[in-house]
Each structure stands twice: as C-alpha cells, then as structure tokens.
Design a protein around this ligand. Structure first.
Ligand code: C2E
Ligand code: CA
Ligand code: CA
Ligand code: CA
Length: 281
C-alpha cells in the first residue's frame, strides 16, 4: 500500500523535482557502491598492428550492481563528475587495476613492457594529492614504473587547463606515460600536443569507423600519424572492428589498434586467459 501511495503521489510531482530526486538516489546508491567496492576495471587489449601481438590493456570501469548487473560508464561517469564522486571511483579503478597487475606479476603471467592504461577524468586533475596517491599505491603494490599509463581526453585537459598544466608533467616525472584520448574530437588539439608531454595519441573511433569508406578519413588519419611520428608519439587507433580497417591502419604505419575486432573489454578472469594466450608462442 505504501509503495502504491507513493507511486500515485509521484504523478503529481513536477518533473524538475523528480529529476532532482533521481539524482539524489543515484548519488546515494553510488556512495554505497563505493563503500562496497562495486566499481571494477574491465580490460580491453591494445594490440601491435604489426603481427597483432598483445601490447597492453585499457582499463574500463564497470559498476557491478547487485540488482542491475553490470552498468557501463556512460550511465554514471557524467553524474559522478558532477557530484564529485568520480574522485573516489577513479581511485577505486586505479587501485583495482594496480592490484590486478600485481596479481599477474605474482603469478608469472606478466611480461615486461606490457601495461594498463587507466582513464583519468578532468575532475580528478583538480585533486592536488592525485600524483602522490597514484605513486604511493604503485610502490605499495610493487609495480614497476611503466606498468600503468594514464589517459586523459583533450577536452578534459582544455576544461581544466590551469591544473592540467601543473599535474600532467608531475605524473610524467613519476613515470606514468601520458595518452591523449579521443584525439580529434576536441579543439586546439595541436597546441596542447606541443605544450604537454604526451607519449601516446589515441585516434578517436569516429575517424576509424568509416576509414575504408571515406577517402578523406584516410588522408586525415595519415596526417595525424605523421604528426605523431614527428613528435615522437605512439599512435593507437580506437574502435577497430574489421580486418579491412586493421590492414588500412597498418599500411598507414599506425603502430597500435584497439577494438572489438581483437576483443571486447573483459573481466579479470578472461583478461588473464587472454594474457596466457598472448604468452604462448
Ligand atoms: P574511451 O576512453 O574512449 O573508451 C573506449 C570506449 O569504446 C569503451 O566504452 C569501449 O568499450 C568502447 N569500444 C572499444 N572498442 C570498440 C569498438 O570496436 N567499437 C565500439 N563501438 N566501441 C568500442 P565504455 O567502456 O563504455 O567507456 C566509455 C567511456 O567512459 C570511455 O571512453 C571513457 O571516456 C569513460 N570511462 C571508462 N572507464 C572510465 C574510468 O575508469 N574513468 C573515467 N574517468 N572514465 C572512464
Ligand atoms: Ca580511454
Ligand atoms: Ca578513447
Ligand atoms: Ca571515445
């Protein structure tokens, strides 16, 4: 009776209030999920296009919700960035990733040179203690410098310029290679590339999807790869779904690819099986 009464009551609530209540509910759900450790990294392979061997993983967060199952980041990252909980979620993803790498190392399933690239939100760039938290965790868990890379989107750098220009070089000094994520979707890409110490450039999926159907995209991707080359940066193409895209990218001397063609993001157990297969001759 109680729930029915409430449902009827909601019909008469102004939508604004309902939206606010929804947000509030999601926020308190999130807080509880943080306490329960429900934010887990999944792992998607990044593959060397020459020979298609394993190079590393990208960590992609999933919320393992007791009732709803796995929830993708599109549903909660924007909310978490607004209410600030992204700081704690991001830390949980970083710690979960580092613990997993430590476990792979202990089990002898890790090869030197492999890495996991972790997404860091623009909001996290405003946290002055971030560099120390990441380096402390890394040394506590016995990882090597180089095991973990950091991905930031160019739009989050632009939106947080004041802090990004301080924090990103400090992360780099501590040995975290820096990846510019979603390259080509923001503004002023070129100036940021030259002014910040990025090591890796990830070409956004929107340029790869129609790569084989639209000639101008080939020219564009070619230019981006030459540019990256001349600046000493590594290139990863995102959203590689078909062998034809893979071949085209290889011909354009793109070093690395990531996408459903190789694998979807995997839970820890499947990622472990992937590494075991990668280690077999
Ligand atoms: P992103 O960093 O650009 O990550 C790549 C997204 O593309 C992932 O979506 C991945 O599953 C998807 N993807 C990979 N290969 C393919 C493909 O071949 N085709 C298609 N259609 N999609 C592909 P996902 O996991 O839903 O993540 C979406 C976004 O959420 C990420 O985009 C990233 O911006 C954000 N995100 C994910 N994990 C984290 C995190 O731990 N922290 C923060 N701050 N953001 C995260
Ligand atoms: Ca990313
Ligand atoms: Ca991306
Ligand atoms: Ca993207």
């Amino acid at each position: 009776a109680k729930t029915r009464g409430r449902a009827r009551f909601e019909i008469f609530e102004p939508p604004m209030r309902q939206a606010a209540e929804n947000r509030f509910r999601i926020e308190s759900d999130m807080r509880q999920a943080i306490e329960r450790g429900e934010f887990k990294p999944f792992f998607q392979p990044i593959v060397r296009l020459d020979g298609q061997t394993h190079a590393g993983f990208e960590a992609l967060v999933r919320w393992e919700h007791a009732q709803r199952g796995f929830i993708g980041p599109g549903e909660f990252i924007p909310v978490a960035e607004e209410n600030g909980l992204i700081n704690e979620i991001g830390l949980q993803v970083m710690e979960g990733t580092m613990r997993q790498v430590a476990a792979w190392r202990r089990a002898g399933q890790w090869q030197e040179g492999w890495y996991v690239s972790v997404n860091v939100s623009g909001v996290q760039l405003r946290d002055a203690g971030l560099v120390e938290r990441f380096t402390d965790l890394r040394s506590q868990l016995g990882l090597l410098v180089g095991d973990i890379r950091i991905e930031v989107t160019e739009s989050s750098v632009i939106a947080n310029q004041d802090v990004a220009f301080g924090l990103l070089p400090r992360l780099k000094e501590q040995g975290f290679l820096l990846c510019m994520d979603d390259f080509g979707t923001g503004y002023s890409s070129l100036s940021y590339l030259s002014e910040l110490p990025f090591d890796v450039l990830k070409i956004d999926r929107s340029f790869i999807t129609d790569l084989c159907r639209r000639q101008e995209l080939g020219a564009l991707v070619n230019t981006v790869i030459s540019l990256a080359d001349s600046m000493g940066m590594i290139v990863v193409a995102e959203g590689v779904e078909e062998p034809a895209q893979c071949e085209a990218l290889h011909k354009l001397h793109c070093g690395y690819g990531q996408g459903y063609m190789f694998s979807r993001p995997m839970n820890a157990a499947n990622a472990t099986a992937w590494l075991e297969a990668a280690a077999r001759p």
